[in-house]
Design a protein around this ligand. Sequence first.
Ligand code: ATP
Ligand code: BTN
Length: 265
Amino acid sequence: MPSSAIQPQTLQRLLSPSCGLTLEVTRQTDSTNAELLRRSAQELPHGYCLVAQEQTAGRGRQGRRWLSDATGSLTFSLLWHFSRPAGQLGGLPLVVTLALLRACTALQVQGLSLKWPNDLLRHGRKVAGVLVELTPGRVEDARAIIGIGINLHLPESLFDQIPTPATDLRNEQGIPPEPNTTLAQVLNRLAPMLQQFAQEGFAPFQQEWMEHAIHQHRTIHLILPDARTVVGECAGLNAEGALLVRQAGQISTFHNGEISLRLAP
Ligand code: ATP
Ligand code: BTN
């Protein structure tokens, strides 16, 4: 397997200076999100990006696990200071998944789509995930820790441990994209998109997101936090990134929270 170690100098050289990011590459941590949360009292600068060569206890949404490989995964978190309250950041994970899609498209990856609210899929299988967490104690000026995990090249032994359909970014010859280039492609797109989101909200991204949504106009099941299931047709997203579902001719709106979306079989 090719080494996928991130080389800080190479990565720094590939990053656009206009992104204004501060980069830290660490050899190992439990979770880059957990590490930035632990450091949230230290006043890390806006745009601080922690990249882990290896993550030992990666986190997904709702307490789930994110599994990664020391040489075949990208795991990193970006701290972003907003001047908006957390309640206005519902579209944030969607903007991040769209940045991932744009970056992977630029790397010639085929078969990409998006699943609301936080998944990048390839041929219908999850290839990257986003976990947004908020630092405590901020009300009107939320600070988001944007965690991203990308599968470049996972070994079979790891796929065996992932309970849901998963894949990686290898091409038909079995070659993954180069890790430093991939990370730079993501960060160089993500930073300006976050700047735009901070100023204009989700609306500028709404159309493009829906064009790539695997569930658009399809029958979906939503699993709600109280375990109730809603079945309906996906009717798109509103300008905040909330999901619109049509049931018996009526449209209901579901805000990004502890909701899971499944495609009907
Ligand atoms: P949801 O629709 O609620 O987001 P999900 O299955 O995508 O459902 P998440 O919490 O977003 O759930 O992601 C965590 C899940 O992703 C884990 O429970 C596991 O099934 C799966 N997973 C863990 N590691 C990986 C990985 N490296 N690649 C793909 N999927 C993974
Ligand atoms: C999900 O799909 O539920 C989200 C997965 C997010 C994984 C990334 S890897 C870097 C960062 N650190 C974590 O512990 N999780 C996120």
